[in-house]
Design a protein around this ligand. Sequence first.
Ligand code: PLP
Length: 624
Amino acid sequence: SKLYGVRDWGADYFDISAEGNAVVSLQFGEKTVHVPLIDIVNGMKERGLDMPAVLRIENLLDLRITQLNEAFARAIETAGYKNHYRGVFPIKVNQQCHVIEEIADYGRRYHHGLEAGSKAELIIAISQLRDHDSLIICNGYKDEEFIDLGLYARQMGIPCFFVLETATELFTILERSKALGIDPLIGVRIRLASTVEGHWNGDSGDRSIFGLSTNALLEVVEQLKKADMLHCLQLLHSHLGSQIPNIRNIRSGVMEACRFYTGLIEEGAPMGYMDLGGGLAVDYEGAHSNSTHSMNYGLDEYCYNIIEALQECLDPLDIAHPVLITESGRALIAYSSMLLFNVLEVRDHKPGAIPDQAPEDSHDMLFNLYAVLGNVTVQNLQECYNDAIYYRDELRELFHHGQATLRERALAENVSLAILEKISELLPQARRVSAELESLPELLSDIYYGNFSLFQSLPDIWAIDQIFPIMPIHRLNEKPTRSAVIADMTCDCDGKIDSFSYEDGICKTLPLHPLKEGEEYYLSVFLVGAYQETLGDLHNLFGDTNVVSVHISEDGSFNFVREFHGDSIADVLSYVEYDPKVMQEQFRKLAEQAVRDGKISVPMRQQMLRAFSDSMNGYTFFER
Ligand code: PLP
């Protein structure tokens, strides 16, 4: 099935079953297991976990860690690279405790470490990593407390690197190291001149706000030499940006980083570690191209290109191969989570009932609209479009001035909609179509109202026009007959999704199925494991969603390993400094006064207090 492009973006982890259900596909030896997401949703329902919910498939996180580490191991072996790979997961990409626990757990066999960009993240890293061969890489600005923590970790045997973002940071590191008598492991983040394509190209190039300029790098070397601490400088760090769609950019970035690496060795630094940051992309679009939400390379190609580039630069100079580090975030975690939600209702743009003829005493504009309606052909689409809009707007104007009635306005809007609908149906047969007419299907598309908040669960759609694959998780053997955009519950014009990756490219509408009476319709937004959870906000006070972690076994059964209930209304109110208890008391007083005033009875007062309390403790999203 090519439907919804799942074979392109699903990376073999997702598919559609013969029964028309979206499935997670997992390989256990020779055997492939397909688990329908709708079965998991039904299991959640039985456990009182309502929609919307984030569903994590633990196996996929495990698999991604394995695949990344194995791919580097293969490239290293094939190319005869004489050192090993050490991945580190940047905590900022998903800080949730159980996610980091799972990464530390599944990553242990590969000594997969953690990257920390703040004191809080360093505390997480130190407490979660149990394996002293896994690295901790500290990026970001570091104060004394941060440095002391890192030094203590080092003293306890954890290889914890401080990566210098600025030359001034070095003074504090040297000072604290002297005070505590612990030698630091130092890295330098350089600012590459190489630039990349894609959304995050600001992380590279001369104007990048991160990293040391070449001059500042030399200052660091001088300071270290002066302090007799050059032996601590062991790591070079470069990060070209996240989601790099073009492999050629990655290769040229590695080549430039190598030049800095060899330069530092020439300066007398021991080095030994090369950290290439993040950037390994996710093909959200499934286009396999170098467009922003896609990538023109695969995982193996990524690893081979890096290893080859390193060898190509270092071998002629006889420089020992460094330990290779990457800080892949999104590529490691995006696949394992999806946002599931139900559709609450659909607003279509179908015209209401239209009488065969305009009522006799109607306004001229209505007769004109009826004439246009009877006259639409493939040859005059643009003309009919112009007329429909003109007469409709004229009638609206008359209404505005009190010269047309409410019923006339409604009829004019219905007839003009019917004209536009006819035009839209004939568009595929037209030889030439103006931009105006091209956008007509989008204008006439349905709005599917989803039980979720874009601002809470998919902030990148709002902030950076991110594309995530979206499809129903059932009814996929039925032809989707409606064309839709998706709106969330915030009633904010930004809270909508109107850009989709569908089969052959990016579309402004998504084909969906009509709702069935008395039956839920579930959609899933896939590949949302990276960056979405903690960037989300409390727009309209919709809080965290329910979260479920599922582990799939060889026989296809699944186990609800973890369940987290989302925020209650009391939770989100307290985040914005309200006191739910005080609010409850205020409501009680109001109800008591109403009893005294004879407006309500005492049993009614009790019923109202219960409803207030139930709402306070309930889910912030729509509950059926
Ligand atoms: N390392 C650093 C320093 C970053 O700033 C980022 C994110 O931009 C990453 C790693 C993770 O990048 P990605 O999610 O593309 O792997």
